[in-house]
Ligand binder design. Structure first.
Ligand code: UD1
Length: 378
């Protein structure tokens, strides 16, 4: 038996994998890791393709929870994870982001007396109609270590009464992955554009939030906006499975100059994003990625939990009315943008997470000192 501490790391859905990968790389020399895939996402394009591309460890277990209502999905993760953590005990559990599996895992561990680390803590949209906002607030309340990407997140946590000693401003681990893969993505861009028959200037669209795609009038409004934008730029639209299903069920057609695609892998999506003239999205992470790339982003939501992407980055939160989206898009296309320089979004956030966890879990400063001497942390 290893005498090293053991940490369970939870990965569940597409936006988790690029956050978990660099954190695991930074921790593996010091801590034994048990990678638990909850199975919230399960299609190859939404899950295993990312494991291969990101050189992510094979999950030690897949809980196979799959899709379902919020209660079904959350409860499914809790029941299966409790069993796993009983069979394979750990010293702590790490979760990332704000999906249902994040909260379910934090709640399960906290009730079992297992301390929780939350990477991407403190983000707040203040929109309680978003399931992710509920997941964020509750996960943070249950966590022992709160790793934040930016100082606005620290301020949110302090305002909610989280003790300062639990808050660690580390930067953005997803940007660690982006910076590591950017050279490969740039090399890939030209061939990919050619294979899609894309012109030099194009817009890239992603859309998957239930609030945008489940309701006929909102989805129609989105398509009206995209139709207008596509008169200026052709639009590439890799479609999330939820959106594809809703478009079919609601019998909503794509505007003419919109190129529908299957979901892309990580490098291909990054290749298209870094070269796009404009990105339109309702994703959270894409607001951050476009900011670092200096590509304008029009966010198809009424709020953002990532305000730093508006103040320091390239993000415009446009809302969900067609005329507002079109107006924001035209402003974004015509303005010139620079890559954002956001403090600690420097490719080394995962090392900072590792430094704190190694220090805490080994219960001594010795390993941290060794890491610092080896230049592995800053
Ligand atoms: C989840 C997250 C959301 C994140 C998004 C990224 C929650 C509450 N939401 O939403 O924050 O932005 O992931 O994708 O956790 N489906 C497939 N194959 C899959 C996964 C899903 O076909 O591999 C389809 C199913 O029809 C399913 C639907 O997509 O019913 C919704 O999937 P679900 O995991 O419930 O939520 P997402 O919309 O993916």
């Amino acid at each position: 038996m290893s005498s090293r501490p053991r940490l369970a790391v939870v990965a569940a859905a597409r936006p988790n994998f690029m956050k978990v990968a660099p954190v695991m790389q930074a921790l593996k020399a010091w801590i034994d890791l048990d990678l638990i895939h909850t199975g919230q996402h399960y299609d190859r394009a939404m899950s295993s393709a990312f494991f291969e591309e990101l050189d992510l460890f094979e999950p030690d277990v897949n809980l196979g929870v799959g899709s379902g209502s919020h209660a079904v999905q959350t409860a499914g993760v809790m029941v299966a994870l409790e069993k796993r953590l009983t069979e394979v005990p750990v010293d702590a559990l790490l979760v990332v982001g704000d999906v249902n599996s994040t909260l379910a895992s934090a709640l399960t561990a906290a009730k079992m007396g297992i301390p929780v680390a939350h990477v991407e803590a403190g983000l707040r949209s203040r929109d309680w109609s978003m399931p992710e906002e509920i997941n964020r607030v509750l996960t943070d309340r249950l966590s022992t270590w709160l790793f934040t990407p930016s100082s606005d997140a620290d301020a949110n946590l302090v305002a909610e009464g989280i003790p300062l000693g639990q808050i660690h401003l580390v930067g953005n681990v997803m940007i660690d992955t982006l910076l590591a893969h950017l050279p490969r993505a740039r090399r890939r861009a030209e061939a990919l554009q050619a294979s899609l028959g894309l012109e030099a200037d194009y817009a890239l669209l992603t859309l998957h939030r239930p609030s945008n795609v489940d309701d006929r009038s909102t989805l129609s409004e989105m398509m009206e906006a995209i139709s207008q934008v596509s008169k200026r730029l052709p639009v590439v639209f890799p479609m999330h499975p939820r959106t594809e299903t809703r478009m079919r069920e609601l019998d909503i057609r794509l505007p003419d100059r919109v190129l529908r695609a299957e979901p892309f892998g990580y490098t291909d999506f990054l290749a298209l994003m870094q070269q796009a003239r404009l990105v339109l999205t309702d994703s959270g992470g894409i607001q951050e990625e476009t900011s670092v790339l200096g590509v304008p982003c029009v966010t198809l939501r009424d709020s953002t939990e990532r305000p730093i992407t508006c103040t320091l980055g390239t993000n415009i939160v446009a809302g969900t009315r067609a005329e507002d989206i079109v107006a924001a898009s035209l402003v974004a296309i015509d303005k010139s943008w620079e890559p954002a320089d956001i403090p600690l979004w420097d490719g080394r956030a995962s090392e900072r997470v590792a430094a704190v966890l190694v220090d805490s879990l080994l219960g001594a400063n010795q390993q941290l000192k060794e890491m610092k001497m080896a230049g592995e942390v800053v």
